[in-house]
Design a protein around this ligand. Structure first.
Ligand SMILES: [Zn+2]
Length: 367
């Protein structure tokens, strides 16, 4: 709990590449050192797309809100607006699209197809209007599109249609935003012996909140487990930059050729609030862990992955061929919000998971 209060309370938000993440890394390094580890900070370069922005500006009229399509090139174009139904090739009618910005509706055909048809017709830009309430962000996939493609909300259809009817010129542009900087993993080695197994947890948070359950809790468990079990060959890694795509674990695996030979990897992500707890990852490890007396009463689900759109660092190690298992206390309604603070955690639940984690580690390292 002292670790958790330091990470999610005193230090607070720990988004990648920023001060909070660096301070947390320094704290973790010092704690591992105090527990008798050779602790080092391994920096890595971060360069990721973090979304982007789009502009839709009619000449002589107020700007209309727009979203970039992912996969659209960063480009700006100006031309008369023309409407072309759902954007299928037969719908371009007699008006030439050459040099025009084309306005089409979402639906029936894929965004990439609409973009390809517009581009082939000589259009300089494409606006796709939502066919349901609100705005949306589409995706062009890997299609080779050279014109800016943006989307607009359903609520702006009428005004855009009226601009198209009068041939008003509009400017459309897209700009991808990237986050570039330096993040770091903290690695604790119990001795000079090479790492033959790993314990891991990510210590970064999202920008929106202090990440107490996600994942100050797993990091705190990691530190306490490392202190209580100092085992030759069992290396301890606190990963940075997990929240934007497992960057820390990927950087680690890339930098350390010995990883694929590891016997196991145990990962802790969200272990402070028991809702629907699970053992996630390697099926054999999950089954063995579920039979431990320390697992009884927890009703641990056994699943091979966290679910669509979600992941954690265990997946990077699984991909590298290491039997990896993640301990997870279940969904949390406050995940990735400012409310995921220390008050959002349960000391008793964290205690149960620490006990379980120690039992799993003991089982895996028993002689
Ligand atoms: Zn997490």
């Amino acid at each position: 709990m002292a670790h958790l209060r330091m990470l999610a309370g005193t230090i607070g938000n720990r988004p990648l590449t920023l001060e909070g993440e660096r301070k947390a890394a320094e704290y973790i390094r010092a704690q591992l050192e105090q527990a008798g580890y050779r602790a080092t900070i391994e920096p890595f370069v971060v360069d990721v797309a973090t979304g982007g922005s789009a502009k839709l500006i009619p000449d002589g009229a107020p700007e209309v809100e727009a979203q970039p399509m992912s996969g659209s090139p960063d480009r700006s174009a100006n031309g008369p607006l023309i409407a072309a139904g759902l954007g299928r090739s037969g719908e371009y009618g007699s008006t030439s699209a050459r040099g025009a910005v084309v306005l089409v509706d979402r639906g029936e055909t894929q965004f990439a197809e609409k973009a390809r048809v517009a581009q082939d017709a000589g259009a300089v830009g494409l606006i796709v209007v939502n066919n349901q309430a609100g705005a949306f962000r589409g995706d062009l996939g890997s299609a080779l599109i050279s014109i800016p493609v943006i989307s607009a909300a359903n609520e702006d259809r009428a005004v855009l249609q009226s601009y198209a009817a009068s041939g008003r010129r509009v400017t459309v542009s897209t700009k991808t935003e990237r986050l570039q900087g330096t993040s770091q993993n903290v690695v604790g080695k119990p001795s000079d012996a090479p790492c033959t197994a790993y314990l891991g947890a990510h210590y970064d948070s999202v920008t929106a909140g202090p990440g107490a359950n996600d994942n100050g809790s797993g990091t705190s468990l990691l530190l306490e487990l490392a202190r209580a079990r100092h085992l030759d060959g069992v290396c301890v890694i606190a990963f940075g930059s997990e929240e934007v795509g497992l960057l820390g674990s990927r950087a680690y695996v890339k930098a350390h050729n010995e990883v694929p030979n590891a016997r196991f990897m145990l990962n802790f992500d969200m272990v402070a609030k028991i809702t629907r707890p699970a053992l996630i990852g390697d099926a054999d490890l999950a089954t063995r862990a579920s039979k431990l007396p320390e697992a009884s009463g927890l009703n641990l689900r056994q699943v091979t992955s966290l679910g669509p759109g979600a992941s954690s660092d265990y997946a990077t190690f699984l991909q590298a061929g290491v039997p990896a298992l993640m301990l997870y206390s279940g969904d949390d309604q406050f995940i990735h919000t400012a409310q995921d603070d220390v008050a959002n955690t349960s000391e008793a639940d964290m205690g149960r998971f620490l006990t379980l984690a120690a039992a799993v580690l003991d089982m895996l390292t028993a002689r």
